[in-house]
Design a protein around this ligand. Structure first.
Ligand SMILES: Cc1cc2nc3c(=O)[nH]c(=O)nc-3n(C[C@H](O)[C@H](O)[C@H](O)COP(=O)(O)OP(=O)(O)OC[C@H]3O[C@@H](n4cnc5c(N)ncnc54)[C@H](O)[C@@H]3O)c2cc1C
Length: 471
């Protein structure tokens, strides 16, 4: 009898109780990669998804998949490729209407614009091929846990009106942005990061727009600040005639009327004359540093549920896929050793910080700066900066500018020298933070001391940028 059959049989005997080794909540990128990795190792894993089987994988997104060349192997890349509708994009096109300028900035690494729903179905299919079981129409409404902040033991869900209980050695929280699961766990006995606020999120909305004539910028991701409020717009070409058009704003800013503001911009672009729209979706995404720790005994948060998004670009698919892999590998080791405590799972935190978490924490400093600087001033400065260096800063969290380039940039940017000085000082703060994150502790007991040092650096960030404290 296979493990899945055993689990199914147990559920028949016990009515509504299922007892897999691992329960994953959420069939998005993070959940599917985690489930595929664990199932490939022979463990019994069930993915719970609130959407129907038909709707699963339909997720609000800009459809830009960065780093597709190096995705985790638990779901083979060849399985995803049919969802890649445009692999010819090699640069960002920053439209700066205030300066009447268009900045062309190269995008390092491989990038594909994708049909997100098709991609969503394919990762589910990939995890199923690896041996994971999916329960759709299943809304998780509670997390079960031993008393006094002890280990998590499972979840309670509702399937088409009927209660269902899942008991597992580990619960993986892959429920996305603003995951409700964390509201139900008592984290008082672990260092799991609970310093999360609505202002750490961006509210975003997108439409899939069809145009009659091919757009001229089908090899570019187009970005533009919104005219009527402090937000930004994007136009990402899925094909020459199918465009993902969207916009978002940081929730700490004045709320925007996303649907109206997108309509306003579309109406003012000649290439969208006579365009039709066939899909509309909106959601929140974290634009913050990654969680300091995303593990509690028997519980691991991954992807958006742990803040694994590049806070300057909003790109979160790659981080979610890797967080899924790293969490799964720590869990597999824990299942083998019979230890799923905080210390045993800690390696997951370390691998996230090492791969992308440190970088994202440093990039968050620029996000903080942007809340304190006048948008027109910032755009004026961007227009005067060298494109390759901006690209480096956007993706690596740091950049170095040689003396010749620095002099040229300075001459180009007369009138913005105050902001340049501010940016220069901010970069120093971001570099200090990056260095500290590169020394992220290797066990939970050392976290508090590390956090104290980090919080001192954050004080310096607020002082330098003049921004209100974010955390
Ligand atoms: C408008 C928008 C545009 C974006 N554009 C891009 C982009 O171009 N490129 C990029 O890389 N990233 C982009 N992102 C970010 C990216 O979409 C996310 O970072 C990524 O999807 C995170 O994956 P995840 O698996 O963590 O969460 P999700 O993909 O959100 O998956 C979470 C899953 O959990 C399910 N779920 C939630 N709660 C429950 C519950 N209680 N019970 C059962 N199931 C539950 C949900 O239905 C969902 O299927 C964008 C985000 C938004 C909102």
């Amino acid at each position: 009898m296979s493990t899945q059959e055993q689990s199914a049989a147990a559920s028949t005997l016990e009515g509504t109780t299922h007892s897999p080794d691992v329960v994953v909540v959420g069939a998005g990128t993070a959940g599917c990669y985690a489930a595929a990795t664990i199932a490939r190792d022979g463990y019994d894993v069930v993915v719970l998804e609130r959407k129907t089987e038909d709707e699963a994988g339909h997720i609000a997104c800009g459809d830009a998949l960065k780093g597709a060349d190096a995705f985790p192997e638990s779901i083979p890349k060849s399985h995803l490729e049919p969802a890649f509708t445009n692999t010819g994009v090699d640069h960002g096109r920053f439209e700066i209407p205030q300066e009447d300028t268009v900045l062309e900035i190269p995008i390092p690494g491989e990038l594909a614009v994708i049909d997100r729903w098709e991609y969503g179905r394919r990762i589910i299919d990939g995890a199923e091929n690896a041996g994971a079981d999916f329960h759709y129409d299943t809304v998780v409404q509670n997390v079960t846990q031993e008393s006094d902040g002890g280990p998590v033991t499972g979840v309670e869900a509702v399937h088409k009106g009927d209660p269902r209980t899942y008991e597992a050695d580990v619960v993986i929280d892959a429920a996305g942005s603003l995951s409700v699961l964390q509201d139900y766990v008592d984290f008082s006995n672990s260092t799991f990061d609970t310093n999360v606020d609505y202002s750490h999120f961006c509210s975003a909305y997108r439409e899939i727009v069809h145009v009659e004539e091919p757009v001229e910028w089908s090899d570019a991701l187009v970005f533009k600040p919104t005219e009527r409020a402090a937000g930004y717009l994007w136009y990402f070409p899925r094909t020459e005639t199918e465009i993902n058009a969207g916009l978002g704003f940081q929730m700490s800013e004045e709320p925007m009327k996303l649907v109206d503001d997108l309509k306003y911009d579309l109406e003012n672009r000649a290439e969208f004359d006579g365009a039709t729209v066939d899909d509309k979706l909106g959601a929140a995404l974290p634009t913050r540093r990654p969680y300091d720790s995303a593990v509690h005994p028997g519980y691991v948060a991954i992807g958006d549920a742990a803040g694994h998004v590049n806070p300057t670009t909003g790109g979160g698919i790659a981080g979610a896929a890797y967080a899924g892999k790293y969490a799964a590998e720590a869990i597999i080791a824990g299942l083998e050793d019979g230890d799923l405590g905080e210390k045993a799972l800690w390696e997951y935190n370390e691998r996230v910080m090492d791969h992308f978490g440190a970088r994202y924490a440093a990039l968050d400093v620029y996000n903080i700066l942007s809340t304190a600087v006048d948008v027109d001033e910032l755009m004026g400065l961007l227009a005067a900066m060298p494109g390759e260096k901006l690209a480096e800063a956007l993706y690596s969290g740091s950049t170095s500018i040689g003396p010749k380039l620095a002099l040229e940039s300075l001459l180009n940017s007369r009138g913005h020298w105050g902001t340049i000085w501010n940016l220069f000082q901010t970069k120093r703060r971001a570099d200090e933070l990056l260095e500290l994150y590169e020394h992220y502790p290797d066990h939970p007991a050392a976290l508090e001391h590390w956090q104290q040092r980090r919080d001192e650096l954050m004080e310096a960030v607020y002082e330098t940028t003049g921004a209100d404290p974010k955390y």
